[in-house]
Design a protein around this ligand. Structure first.
Ligand code: FE
Length: 281
């Protein structure tokens, strides 16, 4: 039997504000968890209060990594300086490779109702930081819900479950990104390449991670970071539990980071500022 990944850490995100004042919870990219190579940041946004999201994320740059937006509720319009524009609707995913640079805005396309989802930042290797920007953007119809076993349903965003391949492909970090729904008592296991960093974030209900008496409980709002091993096992504690299970190959490269620029050296960060200010994005 393949080895089970233990839960190494369990932590909660911290309230934060970004863009022009959007309220969110920062889960990765905090003082207690600055990153989890290759993941640089995970934000959860979720609110019924328009005043928490209406300000949106006006024009801002990115260079050297990827931003991944998974919308659960609400509509967000994005627009960039290369002429790309679109609206993210509930259940859609935008995997944006910023590469050598884009300037974009991400603004709510609604004035009331619920806005909920995740933004994950995924690093790029040195060899691809200055690649041409590109989007992998797909509507909800590309992420069908798959019944894996009784009480378990999975949306495969990246990776493979029960023969179903996620639409997103990124050889640089070989990511897995699953949205897992569990009923109470339902078990789900997933193989994760041994060297990958891996985490689960529970956003509805609660689950247990591991097997038997040693399993670690994880409730809504908790991030579980897994240690080495070949598979991750979980079981729903409450009906209607939902979590994201995410994994990726670490880059093991130096990280020089300043706001929306993530490079390998400080000199490259300075160049990013110069290029942005000179309009070279
Ligand atoms: Fe952005």
């Amino acid at each position: 039997m393949s080895s089970l990944r233990p839960v190494l850490r369990k932590l909660r995100g911290m309230p934060a504000s970004d863009g022009a004042g959007v309220k969110l919870v920062r889960v990765i990219g905090t003082p207690q968890l600055p990153d989890l190579d290759p993941f640089l940041m995970l934000d959860e946004f979720g609110t019924d209060r328009p005043e928490d999201y209406l300000a949106g994320f006006p024009s801002h740059p990115h260079r050297g990594f990827e931003t991944v937006t998974y919308m659960l509720d609400g509509r967000m319009r994005h627009k960039d300086n290369h002429g790309n524009e679109g609206v993210l609707v509930p259940g859609s995913v935008q995997w944006m490779t910023a590469g050598r640079g884009i300037v974009h805005s991400e603004m709510p396309e609604q004035e009331q109702g619920r806005m909920r989802g995740f933004q994950l930042w995924v690093n790029l290797p040195a060899s691809e930081k200055m690649t041409a920007p590109r989007y992998q953007e797909y509507g909800p119809e590309h992420f069908p819900e798959t019944g894996v076993s009784p009480g378990v349903r999975v949306k495969v965003i990246a990776g493979q479950v029960a023969g179903l391949h996620g639409a997103i492909v990124q050889p640089a970090t070989d990511p897995i990104y699953l949205d897992v729904g569990l009923q109470a008592g339902a078990r789900f296991e997933h193989a994760v390449p041994e060297g990958h960093s891996a985490f689960a974030y529970v956003f509805e209900g609660s689950a247990r991670f591991g097997e038997g008496a040693a399993a670690t409980p994880g409730a809504k709002g908790e991030l579980l970071v897994f240690g080495p091993g070949e598979r991750i096992a979980m079981e729903g504690v409450q009906d209607g539990t939902r979590l994201i299970l995410v994994a990726g190959r670490p880059l093991n490269e130096p990280v020089a980071r300043h706001g929306p620029f993530v490079m390998n050296t400080q000199a490259e960060i300075r160049r990013a500022f110069e290029d942005f200010q000179a309009g070279r994005f």
